[in-house]
Design a protein around this ligand. Sequence first.
Ligand code: MRU
Length: 368
Amino acid sequence: MKVDGKPYRTVWLKAGDERVVQVINQIKLPHVFETQDVRCVEDMCRAIRDMTVRGAGLIGACAGFGMYLAALEAPDASFDLAMEKAGAALRATRPTASNLAWAVDRMLKAIAVGLSPAQQRVLAKAAALRIADEDVQHCRRIGEHGLTVIAELARSKRDAPVNILTHCNAGWLAFVDIGSATAPIYAAHDVGIPVHVWVDETRPRNQGASLTAWELGQHGVPHTLISDNAGGHLMQHGLVDMVITGSDRVTRNGDVANKIGTYLKALAARDNGIPFYVALPSSTFDFSLRDGVTNIPIEERDAAEVRFVSGKTTGGAMESVQICPDSTGARNWGFDVTPARLVSKLICERGLCDANEAAILALFPEQR
Ligand code: MRU
């Protein structure tokens, strides 16, 4: 994707010093575009925890690069122990997205075949780069598969704009590039299919308002920001043709964990006969789980994220303001689970499938 015309990924090795990882600081978007150096695994853990980097695919890729940084630091004498500890620290940063633990496991497996710490460091770098590259390839394939759905809708609308509602940010900022939910949207826009995106603001951290709106704007995709509660009203009035969201974890039977509020959008879509698609790369599946509502760990974050809102003042300064009485407490669940029965189709890198175990395993037979 491009920022002001210049191509970027969301995480990469620094040109001229590949012992340093660079990321886009997403806390400052959309008002300031800034990259940040990440020099050690502790830095990477902090960046994931404070959401300098966020989004399922990106935190997976960052976990890969975090393990690479850990390999550079690990003493030869206790290399394996240091890597286990680094993996545990990365895993503990955020609990809901599968991609993070998946990437740590993959890194540990990749370096296990090395015969010396020196060789393991080389393997760690190659594996981290491979995870990032695969993330991009998978998102591109998701875009190609999802494009067929949007193209079909466009034909049925005689080329009037296809109105797509999305929640949170499952765009290129949530991955290494391209995004999951946004991939079909970018693919459609790029081939000239008229699309318009309803962007849920996505309280409390407003990833829709600050990130999805920003990246759609960078790519020139027509979009409109709406309050989180507007979607049902728009659906009742024929203003939404389809919903596409991303996911942080999908169980073997197709239950979908995604940003808090997704479940309500799925209910409203079902009530109004609007298709509800979930786009995800295979790294987001958790094939070990069946019942998402009971078994997917839901992150609970600091109540301050609900009690305060931050943004830019009319004078241009970044400020955080309190929106409730001083004495009012809050709870802040980051994700909810949409049961598989409310999902029309999953869009994966291998194609589209129904959200049920048989259909998912037909696409990923190696997980039987
Ligand atoms: O808390 P975040 O911003 O890391 O949440 C992740 C998300 O942006 C969404 O849940 C998204 O739709 C899935 S991530 C591809």
